[in-house]
Design a protein around this ligand. Sequence first.
Ligand SMILES: [Zn+2]
Length: 116
Amino acid sequence: MVAFDMLIGNEALRARLQSDLSEGRLSHAYLIEGPEGSGRRTLATALAAALACEERGASNSLPCGRCNACRKVLENKSPDLIRIRRDGKKASIGVDEVRFLRGDVCVRPNDLETKI
Ligand SMILES: [Zn+2]
């Protein structure tokens, strides 16, 4: 299973991200927005798996979904994958979440090649 295959619709976005991945042109950050149930989390997870994938550089179809790094990201079992979210009904991500993120990103990754 290729994680981007989990995304239904929005073929243009999927093709763009696959192209950027294969050409090494990903940005340092992406803001993914949309209504609840639109696949924001699925897209973020697929993108994270593609960044961690051990087949990176060897395949144009990332993430592979089979390697150890992909499985850890897809199953949310890597300490190097950090997810932050709004607290409850707040309009934006809070200061505490940003402080946590800033404090953690300077620590070397544990089991992936990079922090995501
Ligand atoms: Zn992989």
